[in-house]
Design a protein around this ligand. Structure first.
Ligand code: C5P
Length: 357
């Protein structure tokens, strides 16, 4: 092997961030299609079932990747011995730590659902961009990262740029934010019945932004602190495992049990729904790699860039008219990215290896 470990990590970092931009942009469109096109007289598929299948997919893929790693490192062991090793690493003494992010991600999704039900899509999305700032705050508080004033400016510009792209597209039905809204709504449940308790919605989205920053940074700290001894895929298996419980008991059984008993678990499923599930699962796995090999701030930059990519793709594919505000917003996002990355900060792109002692 000629590439140094650092070179290898930088490549993973870049590939995962690019993949996240592409995945996010593709998901926005595929999800939009899947939520708005039902098959014949079938009901629209239940998002809770999709969420459960996403968690099961992530669990199986992470298990597969971890057993592949074990196979490479324990070639001489019998398969049964490797299975025991896998079991022990997944249910290790500290696996309970993943209950916290699993519960927080579930809470975050619930808050997003409440927010979407009580706010209009644009107000929700613009406010939800606050997670860019909460992530940085928690990175400073929990990870001890330092951010230069130039980077603070870049982060504020990023938040404003994304808001500009979204606010000015609010009048267009085929604009990306409708499907983005759907995507977020589907994280919890399908059809939302809009009520108009704006202050409740605002509180929920503020809390969701806070939870997003806290959960991602908690996961980043957990992964990076123990990467030398516990692999990323073991952590992911643990996270998906503990997420299965709320997805199954709260989402599928408690919220949608009656509809599933009446119409069936797979009612409304089409190839596009399966593609959406695959893309969402891929997104979760790529987010995990981004968090471990880059960081959460970089992950949020990639997510913001994907909003710009969706806007450009929507203009190209659906021929939605380019608007001055959206285009300037896109330019501001790109400028923010340049500003943030042009002068490397002291410790912002911590690689997992940097934590080893
Ligand atoms: O909006 P935000 O960036 O906080 O959302 C992160 C998403 O990534 C969550 O929906 C979470 O389920 C997913 N994720 C994952 N696996 C990880 C980390 C995050 O599926 N290891």
């Amino acid at each position: 092997v000629h590439a140094s470990p650092r070179h290898w990590q930088l490549s993973i970092q870049r590939i995962s961030l690019i993949l996240l931009v592409v995945q996010n942009s593709a998901l926005v469109m595929v999800m939009h299609y899947s939520r708005n096109n039902t098959i014949g007289s079938q009901p629209r598929y239940l998002a809770s079932t999709a969420v459960l299948l996403v968690e099961i997919t992530k669990l199986l893929v992470s298990l597969g990747l971890e057993s592949h790693n074990l196979h490479k490192s324990h070639r001489s062991s019998a398969p049964s011995e490797r299975a025991v090793l896998l079991y022990r690493s997944v249910f290790a003494a500290d696996s309970w730590k993943l209950i916290v992010p699993a519960a927080l991600y579930t809470l975050q999704n619930s808050l997003v659902y409440v927010a979407i039900s009580n706010l209009d899509a644009v107000a929700f999305q613009v406010t939800y961009q606050l997670k860019i700032l909460t992530t940085v705050l928690f990175s400073i508080l929990l990870l001890g990262k330092s951010i230069s004033s130039r980077q603070w400016l870049a982060l504020i510009l990023l938040t404003c740029g994304v808001a500009l792209v979204q606010i000015s597209g609010s009048g267009s039905l085929s604009s990306p934010e409708l499907s983005w809204r759907e995507r977020l709504a589907s994280c919890i449940q399908a059809p939302t019945v809009p009520t108009s308790n704006a202050s409740k919605g605002l509180l929920a989205v503020l809390a969701a932004s806070l939870t997003s920053g806290l959960t991602c940074v908690y996961f980043e700290k957990l992964v990076k602190d123990s990467l030398a001894s516990v692999s990323l895929w073991t952590r992911n298996v643990q996270l998906s495992f503990f997420s299965l419980f709320p997805a199954l008991f709260i989402g599928v059984l408690w919220q949608d049990g009656a509809a599933i008993a009446r119409d069936g678990f797979f009612a409304g499923y089409s190839p596009v729904v399966w593609l959406t599930i695959a893309l969402q699962a891929l997104g979760g796995l790529v987010v995990a790699v981004c968090i471990a090999y880059a960081d959460n701030v970089a992950k949020n930059f990639a997510a913001s860039l994907s909003i710009v990519v969706s806007y450009a793709a929507s203009a190209l594919v659906f021929r939605t008219p380019l608007m001055f505000h959206s285009t300037s917003g896109a330019a501001v996002v790109l400028l923010a990215m340049y500003l943030y990355n042009s002068r490397p900060p002291p410790r912002i792109h911590l690689l997992p290896i940097a934590n080893e002692r």
